[in-house]
Ligand binder design. Structure first.
Ligand code: GUN
Length: 300
């Protein structure tokens, strides 16, 4: 029997909806409180992918009506200079959210930067305090991409309680926090990784499969339980399949899931691009509004 193709989870639709909600919240805060949420984004160096992400964050925060500042620092910025900028932003009353784009150049210590970042302004949800609040099930600022995954799953499946979720990848940015959020949503959660024995069999148990490994098209159709919801967090640059385009050095973006075959088995699947990636900025804006309200002593 031919298997039916999965339904697409369209990140564009949900990201636009969330950005519209945030824009309305910003307008309301300005009108009723004279409060304009402010976001500072810090980019060190010239990584091309990071430049694209940072530009998008700046543009969307302005479009939502926020105060938005982007600090672009040279590749050879010292640890002291970066820490001094973060300290300055920590005490700037116009800035409610600070995001230091990762990865940093190799000579800089990411942990030291996150250690001094004011947790009240940690709209990326990456400080120890934010991670601890998430792991403890307390309200806080939660990481943007994992929150984006949860929003897409809730919109698609409704109640997630009792579902078996498998997260492939254990990074601080995605794998670990998305597993915590799925646990909070009453899923039965497995975190799989590069040392997991028989990874395909583990994945096949999942009603919800989240792929966050950074390996192009690693997850194949026969790793997926028929009807499962597949959330692909991967953003990998690969040469075009067309040999002529590949020979010309042209690349395209693919996920961690082999979309073409997987979409014949899954019940739901996010495309790459056009899926989770679009949610990240929308959640960042929402976190900035939440941070601004908390700092102003307002209910969230
Ligand atoms: N690099 C890739 N994704 C992210 C993110 O969500 N936050 C930060 N700070 N850096 C990233």
């Amino acid at each position: 029997m031919p298997e039916s193709p999965a339904k697409l989870i369209d990140g564009k639709v949900y990201a636009e909806r969330l950005r519209a909600e945030v824009t309305a919240q910003v307008a309301e805060l300005k009108a009723s409180q004279g409060l304009q949420p402010g976001l500072a984004v810090v980019l060190v160096g010239d990584d091309p992918a990071s430049q694209i992400y940072v530009r998008s964050k700046g543009e969307h925060s302005l479009a939502a009506g926020m105060h938005s500042v982007t600090h672009r620092l040279p590749q050879d910025t010292s640890q002291e200079q970066l820490l001094a900028l973060v300290a300055e932003l920590n005490s700037d009353p116009l800035i409610h959210g600070i995001l230091v784009q990762l990865p940093l150049p190799k000579h800089l210590d990411e942990r030291a930067v996150l250690a001094i970042l004011n947790p009240e302004k940690d709209v990326d949800g990456l400080t120890m305090i934010s991670a601890g609040r998430l792991a403890s099930g307390l309200p806080g600022l939660y990481p943007c991409t994992p929150m984006g995954c949860l929003i897409l799953l809730r919109e698609t499946l409704g109640d997630l309680s009792g579902k078996r979720a498998v997260v492939v990848g254990r990074s601080m940015l995605v794998g670990r926090p998305v597993a915590q959020l799925l646990l909070q949503a009453d899923c039965t959660v497995t975190i799989a990784h590069s040392r997991t024995a028989d990874l395909p069999a583990v994945c096949r148990e999942a009603d919800i499969l989240v792929a966050a490994v950074g390996r192009p098209r690693m997850i194949k159709a026969d790793w997926i339980k028929p009807g499962a919801a597949v959330i692909d967090v991967g953003i990998n640059r690969v040469p075009f399949d067309d040999p002529e385009k590949a020979a010309a050095g042209r690349t395209k973006v693919v996920g961690d899931v082999d979309f073409k075959s997987a979409s014949q088995v899954a019940g739901w699947i996010t495309p790459v691009p056009g899926g989770v990636g679009l949610m990240t900025v929308a959640v960042l804006l929402q976190n900035t509004v939440t941070a601004a309200k908390r700092q102003a002593g307002l209910d969230v």
